[in-house]
Ligand binder design. Structure first.
Ligand code: G3I
Length: 350
């Protein structure tokens, strides 16, 4: 009889040990599987000390980073001829010190460009020279340190007759600026993967058809494009994952990679229920499953580490939020657990 509490005590110790042993991080599995899994690093990163919870979590949970803002043209060259590389360089140094890869985001976009560059009154010769100089300078600066660049971001607008967004680049230079951007980036860093990146083009539909048409034609013209970035800014319950799989497969058949570049799955702010967190977890699991089953998909990036700094509440005027896998207090959400468990399972089945 007296042995009984002792047995319970031993069982409790073993259970705790098992639980501890069972705890791990997303990164441990990602590294074992040789998969690039990461997050976008928000501007707050640059204000935090080295031992801040944000940085500790970032390097223990992920093996890949991308700058959410500081590698965009408005941050890199706010004044013509003055390139600001300090913040990106410090992020890249952090990544190197912790054995992490870096994605580059983004070289050409219609947003977050300095006023002097975003000017459709410039002559085509002038804008052509500006873009060429920007891409060449920036990609050369980071040469060998960025494994994949988002070269052109969001150039498709499927509602336009020709499917091209009427940015200053498009209005002044015409669609050939897209080819040129890839050629210049490739010349400056021939080993980096060069990606066309867009949102709302994840499953089969008018927009992904237009992206597909664009990249297929680029391949046919021998433009050095490596793949298509699927941003994946999802709203809970709205994604057709079978369609996404089909889209990834047709891109692969072109000889192009895919990358999941900016995943988040937002919830309505007035419906933050346990049920919705579980649904969100199942959707994260579906995206991770697509990624793990497809060796042609070469990155899985979340658009932020924690809900605390996510772009969604600000952008949606607080109507949506809670889109990431770590909550505002940095605790693991059901979405974290689903992704973590699926990765562990993949490691066990390897
Ligand atoms: O830089 C100014 C700063 O000087 C000022 O003090 C501050 C005050 O609000 O604003 C700062 O700029 C903000 C910037 O983020 C940096 O924090 C902009 O107002 C804000 O609009 C900007 O939002 C970014 C957005 O791109 C711009 O379109 C988000 O953080 C970023 O998550 C988002 O990321 C994009 C991807 O690059 C491309 N795909 C879509 C994705 C989500 O929109």
């Amino acid at each position: 009889m007296k042995k009984f509490p002792f047995v319970i005590f031993i069982l409790q110790i073993s259970f705790s040990a098992l639980t501890l042993a069972g705890q791990g991080t997303i990164r441990q599995s990602a590294d074992k599987l040789g998969k690039n899994i990461g997050v976008a690093v928000s501007n707050q990163f640059f204000r935090f000390s080295d031992d801040h919870q944000y940085k500790t979590l970032l390097k223990s949970e992920f093996n890949t980073v991308v700058a959410e803002n500081v590698m965009k043209p408005v941050s890199i060259e706010p004044v013509r001829g003055q390139f600001l590389f300090d913040k990106p360089d410090s992020l890249i140094a952090f990544a190197a010190a912790n054995g992490m890869k870096v994605r580059g985001h983004c070289l050409v976009w219609h947003k977050q460009i300095p006023r002097w560059m975003n000017n459709d009154q410039l002559s085509s010769g002038e804008l052509f020279a500006i873009l060429k100089e920007y891409i060449t300078t920036v990609v050369t600066h980071f040469k060998g340190r960025i494994f994949a660049w988002d070269v052109v971001n969001e150039a498709i607008d499927e509602k336009e007759a020709d499917s091209f967004r009427k940015s200053a680049w498009m209005k002044v230079l015409g669609p050939s600026f897209i080819d040129s951007a890839f050629v210049w980036a490739h010349r400056a860093d021939p080993t980096a993967l060069l990606i066309y990146n867009d949102y709302g083009a994840e499953d089969i539909g008018a927009k992904s058809n237009a992206v597909f048409t664009l990249v297929k034609a680029m391949k046919a013209r021998n433009i050095p494009i490596s793949g298509v970035g699927l941003q994946c800014h999802f709203q809970l319950g709205k994604t057709n994952f079978d369609g996404m799989k089909q889209n990834m497969e047709r891109i692969a058949r072109l000889g192009l990679q895919t990358q999941i570049t900016e995943l988040d799955i937002s919830l309505p702010s007035d419906q933050l229920t346990n049920e919705n967190y579980e649904k969100q977890a199942r959707e994260y699991e579906q995206v991770m499953s697509l990624f793990l089953k497809d060796n042609n998909c070469t990155a899985f990036m979340l658009w932020g580490l924690t809900d605390k700094f996510s772009w969604i509440p600000g952008f949606s005027l607080n109507k949506r939020g809670s889109a990431l896998v770590f909550s505002e207090d940095y605790s693991r959400k059901p979405a974290y657990n689903s992704v973590f468990n699926l990765l562990n399972k993949s490691v066990r089945n390897k």
